[in-house]
Design a protein around this ligand. Structure first.
Ligand code: SAM
Length: 209
């Protein structure tokens, strides 16, 4: 199942390698969910999806709750007349100023698909500041959103710092950790990720992917 968002560091391209080493368990916990590529492609009975990005988790919440109605609303922004720099910057401004949570959630998807490289970046004031992407026909991910809506029904969505989520882990939980990339040295490359299963109070299986 392909994530419906473009997301830096998303693991869809290497999902088979991750699945090959991911332990089994009752509940999947993703403290750094991003596009939720791992959740979407595994079949745990329960799941907690968490990310510190409020815009991301608000979008997921609307999709979880409102399904096709929300997907239809998002699609209204994916028309030819709204794919130019002026409209993009107008929508970006509205996104940064509006108090309408639903509109902001729909515009987050618009910005994700119309902005440069699908980047998600905010300035010091917390304003989204990614430039226009200049794509000839941005793809509207109707199919992927519908699949996401169905899959996410039983998941718990949270918007906290990862530490609080790790503390929620109980016996039998599998935690897939994919934190943002922080280079250890100037020349260091590659993400460090961990998956582990909690069978007691302590994690006993740790796999670096
Ligand atoms: C490398 S991405 C995860 C990619 C994800 N595995 C996927 O397949 O799309 C890292 C994510 O961690 C989130 N993040 C950064 N700092 C965080 C924190 N302190 N607590 C929770 N999430 C955080 C970011 O918003 C980002 O979505």
């Amino acid at each position: 199942m392909k994530p419906f968002l473009k997301w830096a560091g998303n693991k869809y391209a290497i999902i088979d390698r991750i699945k090959a080493v991911l332990p089994s368990g009752n509940r999947l916990i993703e403290p750094f969910a991003g596009s939720a590529a791992v959740f979407l492609n595994t079949d745990f009975e329960n799941a907690i999806l968490n990310d510190i990005n409020t815009d991301l988790m608000t979008l997921y919440r609307y999709l979880q709750k409102d399904g096709q109605r929300f997907i239809g609303y998002c699609q209204t922004f994916f028309v030819k007349e709204m794919n130019d720099a002026d409209t993009y910057y107008q929508f970006r401004k509205i996104f940064n100023q509006t108090g309408d949570e639903r509109l902001r959630a729909a515009l987050f998807l618009y910005l994700n698909r119309h902005g440069y490289n699908g980047l998600c970046r905010y300035n010091n004031k917390g304003e989204f500041n990614v430039p226009f992407g200049r794509y000839s026909k941005p793809y509207f991910p109707a199919v992927e959103m519908t699949q996401f809506h169905q899959k996410i029904q039983t998941a718990t969505l949270t918007n906290r710092n990862f530490v609080e989520i790790m503390e929620m882990a109980r016996s039998g939980d599998v935690i897939y950790c994919d934190p943002p990339y922080v280079p250890l040295t100037e020349t260091a490359k590659g993400d460090v990720e961990f998956a582990f299963v909690i069978v007691a109070a302590q994690p006993v299986v740790t796999v670096a992917v």
